[in-house]
Design a protein around this ligand. Structure first.
Ligand code: PLP
Length: 351
């Protein structure tokens, strides 16, 4: 078998520990998991299996196309498609569409055969969902609605007035829907919303980012354990004479004669150009900087002058530092973009 010189180690124990932390902060609510975009780049199938093993029952992807890759579902597991159901699609067994518009509701009345759906109400984000202003409980008549959802626009910002406004609007709508006789559950919070407090938890929370090691909100700083660690193999080590530059544009200059390791990793692997002269790589216990620009398939690492990093050589596997909040500051990218950009050249190793 030909193996890749690139590897992602995905720590499923850290993933489930992170999920339990969100569960602990969700009050009495069930804790689900957003596994869209292939489990934020880490493998939706493996993530779902691990979290279902820890007790998660409610999973969220975007479309039926994503959901279809995860069928058949394990006993007791629900998979919801956040973008609803498109014209021309047929319902997938066990997949619950989250209906977002009058058109989607009409479609589900036509083709859903009375099966369960969820409904999204927009409470101010103006993205998906029925507008809260024109919402009437009669819109749900004849539907078998499991969960009424809404989604917060500013959950990462504890000072945002919009959080309380969205909460109040959603509470009112949930009350009205229940008063009209629909026995719905309610769900508002992703990772950031969970951190806003149990008022936001309702019956079910939908964390994503925090499960994968991201920090969604200041109260979670330092809490989520790192889940994904990229490793890349050294292609070669070279001596760069003092005064020479490294990489495209010659943006890094050797201050002294310097050994530089060239690694099999680049922006095609989601190690985007923001890491140029900013990222860090672990070399025999030391943290060493990326030298010069990130290329499509390669980076250079300055091995410095300490003795341990000097011993790095062709074929060694080095860990690319990828603690999400730190990497976000280094690269100027969001933690979400960092995760989902990782790409397809890695061999995933679940540990
Ligand atoms: C992506 C998403 C989530 C998860 O959000 P995180 O910020 O990653 O925790 C929850 N709910 C909806 C509707 C989403 O689209």
């Amino acid at each position: 078998m030909v193996n890749s010189p690139l590897r992602l180690d995905i720590d499923l124990a850290a993933l489930t520990a992170n999920w339990r932390w969100f569960q602990g902060r969700s009050g009495g609510a069930r804790t689900g998991a957003a596994i869209k975009a292939d489990g934020y780049g880490l493998g939706a199938d493996a993530v779902m299996t691990a979290l279902a093993g820890a007790g998660a029952r409610d999973f969220f992807v975007t479309t039926n196309a994503e959901a279809a890759l995860l069928l058949p579902l394990a006993e007791g597991v629900t998979l919801s498609a956040l973008h609803g159901i498109r014209e021309g699609e047929t319902p997938l067994p066990g997949v619950v569409p989250v209906l977002n518009s009058a058109a989607q509701i009409a479609r589900w009345r036509r083709i859903g055969n009375g099966a369960r759906c969820d409904v999204m109400v927009d409470t101010g984000m103006n993205r998906l969902g029925l507008d809260w202003r024109g919402f009437e409980t009669g819109m749900l008549d004849g539907l078998n609605v499991g969960i009424l959802h809404s989604h917060l626009a500013c959950a990462d910002d504890p000072g945002a007035a919009m959080n309380g406004e969205q909460l109040g609007r959603f509470q009112e709508i949930v009350r009205a829907v229940r008063d009209a006789g629909h026995a719905v559950e309610a769900s508002l919070a992703g990772s950031g919303g969970v951190c806003l407090g149990t008022d936001y938890a309702f019956d079910l929370t939908r964390p994503g980012l925090g499960l994968y090691g991201g920090v969604p909100h200041p109260v979670a700083a330092g809490v989520p354990a790192q889940v994904v660690r990229p490793y890349a193999e050294i292609v070669l080590v070279r001596e760069v004479p003092a005064g020479d530059t490294v990489g495209y544009g010659g943006t890094w200059t050797a201050a002294a004669d310097t050994r530089v390791a060239i690694l099999n990793l680049g922006y095609a692997d989601g190690y985007l150009r923001g890491f140029s002269n900013a990222g860090r790589v672990k070399v025999n216990g030391a943290s060493r900087p990326v030298a010069g620009r990130v290329s499509m398939d390669l980076i250079a690492v300055d091995l410095g002058s300490d003795p341990e990093p000097q011993t790095a050589r062709e074929g060694d596997w080095l860990e690319v530092e990828f603690d999400l909040p730190v990497a976000a500051r280094q690269s100027g990218l969001s933690q979400y973009e960092l995760l989902i950009s990782l790409g397809h050249r890695y061999q995933r190793r679940y540990i």
